[in-house]
Ligand binder design. Sequence first.
Ligand code: ATP
Ligand code: MG
Length: 650
Amino acid sequence: MPKDLEALLKEERIFKPTKDIVEKSNITQWMNKYKIKNYDELLKKANDNPDWFWDDLAKELEWFEPYKNVLKWDPPHAEWFLEGKFNIAHNALDRHIKNGKGDKIAYIWEGEDGKTRKITYHQLWCDVNKFANALRELGIGKGDTVSIYLPMIPELPVAMLACAKIGAVHSVVFSGFWAKAFQERVNDSKSKVAITTDGFTRRGKLIPLKENVDDILQNTPTIKNLIVINNAGIDVKMHEGRDLWWHEITENMSEECETEVMDSEDPLFILYTSGTTGKPKGVVHVHGGYAVGIYTTLKFVFDLNEDDIWWCAADIGWITGHSYIVYAPLLLGVTSIIFEGTPDYPDPGRLWKIVEGYKVNVFYTAPTTIRMFMKYGPKWPQKYDLSSIRLLGSVGEPINPEAWVWYYKYIGREKCPIMDTWWQTETGMHLITPLPISPLKPGSAVMPFPTVQADILDDMGRSLTEKGGHLVIKTPWPSMLRTIYRNPQRYIKTYWSAFKNMYLSGDVARKDSDGYFWIQGREDDVLSVAGHRIGTAEVESALVSYECVAEAAVVGKPDEIKGEEIAAFVILKDNFKPTQELKDTLKYHVRVEIGPVATPKYISFVDDLPKTRSGKIMRRVIKAKVKGEDVGDTSTLANPEAVDGLDRAL
Ligand code: ATP
Ligand code: MG
């Protein structure tokens, strides 16, 4: 068995939240109710009695009929809130209307071109009801699947909530994916109806989505109808008998619609994973447990209050958007921003202008975005008043400590704690994450959420401290995936067969002696150099800690003697020149920061790195290029031109 490298980068900075943040936080209020004095006691009490914890929070939502038991755990299958009757759309909308909150703004939508719309809970409820009625007229009901292929326009959450309302299962596909990827997901999910738009603009360029969909619909035998939203106002050809305009089928529908009474365990949606490491998996989530898990984490991790303006700057087409743009904020009844555009269009001030304009209080983004702003430099955020921000978040990839500190300094103005939330499409909710009361270490996702027991194991299943190993979860959580759609064997094989009764995350991580977790990368990407296993994150973080580097990706290049040599691909910040001397300096820098074994043998400067549409570096593609192999399935790749850039750099 290869020796694991002991803690590589030693990050010793600690950031403690202020007394004010701690005292006012939702988690402290909740702890006071049970006379829990501190974080340690909270974790202990919740871990000793998870049913008590989740039962307490589930009761903040409304059940048509109460559940009989909180959990039935028959590994690898968990059922939560057994025999409870529930609908997530009832809790996200109907409940607020009933409680007189209809006039509150649910979403502030801003289009790429700067157009804005404010949508109240009442308006959203009416739109959802009308569309839900239209779907019912088309014969869609409980258990039917609907594929949704839409950009970040208000109709996207409307379509999702309408499906939920009538018990249909939605499968949202990123509008940035190629139509071929949509075809594959429509066929896997056996959808009867697909929803798309005539077109939309991305960085000012028109994408004719309906036309792209037309090309693949002859290969999707289960689709009976395609519903088209008139968004860009361009001419499209409508297929007689198949295609329907959204505005026509909703026009005469009632603004009221009966909500389907669902069982807690009935499926709510299928979502395919980002496809960073291979063929996407159709992850299935359900109404009851999923709702309770995301409601609780948004309330406690991002600490939202009644009057907060919340901005999760992700795309709804991936799990972060499903959980924390669409469902959880509506369950909490807060106001959220939905932004259609991209962070640096028309200029790199775009996000910060939105923060200033709407006085955003809590802001959540991905490391890829932060590193992009590091590249552009602090002058962009410095042009705007960001003083409304109270709390920050990060998700999607390990955040390099230098990127963390940059985010803390230039966006958080050294006042806002950063919630580095580790979770997956499969987990539905944050699993390893700080709370606003946690002392923070840059680059660490801190500790498992209350009731969640995580561990780091070696290949033999022994628990490790201060060494990298398999990140596993030992206890079920309410919003865990229930299965892989139409592939129960893959569910068992992928997540539950490495260690008995433990969920295998597929990531490697390290736990330090304070119990803090450090995600080191994906199992598939781990480097093996001269018998040492090295996670990608630490070498990349060492590179990013050098002042002129904005972003880096490392992969292993096969080597007869060492097994693998490290090849690094580096993006420089604006105004720095790629030279041979700089390559040598960077090699030396990593050597000093981590040690000789982690020194990259090859360094290439590139303008861009291949990424998924959710902004994650696809090391699998880089590795294939380095090895001179075929790059395989690239249907989830956002920027194919980056692959050509690699060719030039190699
Ligand atoms: P696939 O499973 O198809 O390869 P994917 O894993 O990229 O795709 P997601 O479910 O969107 O699909 O991403 C989850 C993964 O993202 C995690 O397993 C982890 O590798 C990474 N990740 C998410 N949040 C964090 C975080 N805060 N720190 C480190 N890594 C993170
Ligand atoms: Mg994954």
